[in-house]
Every structure is written in structure tokens, then in C-alpha cells.
Design a protein around this ligand. Sequence first.
Ligand SMILES: [Mg+2]
Length: 234
Amino acid sequence: MKLVMFDMDGTLTDSFSLDENCYVLAIQQALNLSDVVTDWESYPHTSASYCLKEIVRATRGRPPTAEESHAVQRRMIGLMDEISQRRGRGTSEIPGAAACVRELLQRDFAVAIASGDWEATAHYKLTTAGIPFHNLPAAFCEVAHARTEIMGCALRSAAAHYGCESFERVVYVGDARWDVRACRELGWPLVGVAQGAHAARLKSFGATEVIADYRQFDEFLAALARATPPAPAG
Ligand SMILES: [Mg+2]
């Protein structure tokens, strides 16, 4: 059995600008903090929990408590809801993503999700975007800070879920530089999801296959088949 593991933000769901603002605003409002560094690539791990930990540590000299983390998550969902209603549009799917997940399952691919988001905020976004995730094995930032560890955890969940001790092939689908880095580290083939200048950047980081979206399902299947692990960083 072949496994296709998806990142969420920017890969299945399109909420980046909404999401980033809501994340920062939620931290500011729930914890009453003002200085938040939003250059996410400057953080060694880009997960919601890790960045929150560093942000709180920088100002309060200690990591956030579980209650503070939950307060940020609740505020973030509240903000996403408010902004979506005001705009009449919230998190949406990357075009064709929901149908693509269904089609992969129909064709007996194993499908899983590995995201650096919290489970609660991820569920909110996946639900809003209409991605059929309820029966998919998944791992979120509660299990680890490092993306490679979140992916490893999702792989173990997928093995248990599909009753498959080892998969014939595992391909990760992601949209960010840290996805390229994680796949290089794990030696996993990667399909990038990006358009225009962002697609060119992903390729320059080492992604060999990049698709704009999932509307051409056959092209996505071909990219899955051709994908290789990113070459070692030059
Ligand atoms: Mg992403």
C-alpha cells in the first residue's frame, strides 16, 4: 500500500494570511503580550506549540501553561470565526483538495495528515474547508515540536490505521521550506504545492515536483509517482 501524507496549512487548506494574523492576534489577546516575532523561518521548529513556547519564554521567562495554550487556541478559533463571518469567507480548500483525498482513498492509497498546527485549530480549519479528515490518521504539534517527529508519529498512526506494517512508498505533500527540509532529513519523496514565485522558490530549496493545486488529479498522481526526496542542500 502507498501512503500519501499531507501537511495542512497551505497544502490542503488555504488560510495562511487569515491564519497567521489570527495566531498572532490570539496570542496577543489571550495572553496580553505585544511583541511577537512573526518571521516563522527564524524559529528552529515551525509548529504552533513551539512558536508559542518561544514567544512566551522570551517575554515571561517560562513556557506557557497548558491553560494559556488552550486559551490561545480558543481565542484563535474565535477570531477565525469572527473574521470569516465579517468577510463572508473563511478557510477554504486548496482547489481540488477534498476531492483529491476522496479519490486517493477510492484508489486504495493510504492517506494521513501531519501538521504543525494544534489539533483543535486544525480540526476547525479542515472542517471549514470541507476536507474529509474524520477517518484519516493524523498527528499535530501536541505530539512533538519537530516536523520530522510529527511526520513519524503520523506514519505510525497510519500503519496502525491501515493495518500495514510498512508502506510500499511514502510521499509527503507540503508547501513550505520546512517541509522540504523535513523530507530531506527523512529521505521521503516530496510533492510541493505552490504557485508562481513560491513554486520556483520551493524548487530552488530542493523540491523536484511542484503542483499548483489538485484540480488535475492525474497530474498529481504522476507527480506522486515521480517525486524523489529533496537532494542534499548545496
Ligand atoms: Mg504548510
